[in-house]
Write a protein that binds this ligand. Structure first.
Ligand code: S3P
Length: 164
């Protein structure tokens, strides 16, 4: 089984990924962690400030491609994977099922209010534009959509397990 979690920043991909991996006894990987690792930088923020977003996106594609042949795994993606279809194509290889964790902007705003490690969430207006633009893409690429707004992580896991 290969499960790919997509969704905007703050939709809970990492948290849900880890819990789901435990429940299904699968390995879990977080694309942001892998990107930081290959960048040899300390954080996503550092990649953005020192190398720029374009370089970050190149690393994101590299990591996405490296996920093509994986199996028995849950992949928590970085929120931007949908802007480069080549990443989605590679993630889907080996019968990957894409699950979109759908969360309202209001809820995301609440969750990320005091979080400083999201370079693209510093300006709320820009973040809202990105959010609106990407919704269509998340929906288009999803095999399954799970609404996470007003749900606890446990409730998200329950509705997700029902759908897969
Ligand atoms: C990004 C999302 C972040 C991280 C980077 C860019 C985006 O990951 O990859 O800040 O473009 O949406 P999370 O979705 O895990 O926050």
């Amino acid at each position: 089984m290969k499960i790919i979690l997509i969704g905007f920043m703050g939709s809970g991909k990492t948290t849900v990924g880890h819990l789901l991996a435990k429940k299904l006894n699968l390995k879990v990987v977080d694309m942001d962690d892998l990107i930081v690792k290959i960048s040899k930088k300390k954080s996503i923020n550092e990649i953005f400030t020192k190398d720029g977003e374009t370089h970050f996106r190149e690393l994101e594609i590299e990591v996405g491609k490296s996920m093509a042949d994986k199996k028995n795994i849950i992949i928590s993606t970085s929120g931007g994977v949908v802007i480069n279809k080549i990443i989605i194509d590679h993630l889907k290889m080996n019968d990957g099922k894409i699950i979109f964790l759908k969360t309202s902007f209001l809820e995301i705003n609440k969750r990320l209010k005091n979080i400083k490690d999201r370079p693209l969430f510093k300006d709320k207006k820009i973040a809202k534009k990105l959010f609106t633009f990407r919704q269509r893409l998340y929906e288009e690429y999803a095999d399954i959509i799970v609404d996470t707004s007003n749900k606890t992580v446990d409730e998200v896991i329950i509705s997700l397990l029902k759908k897969i």
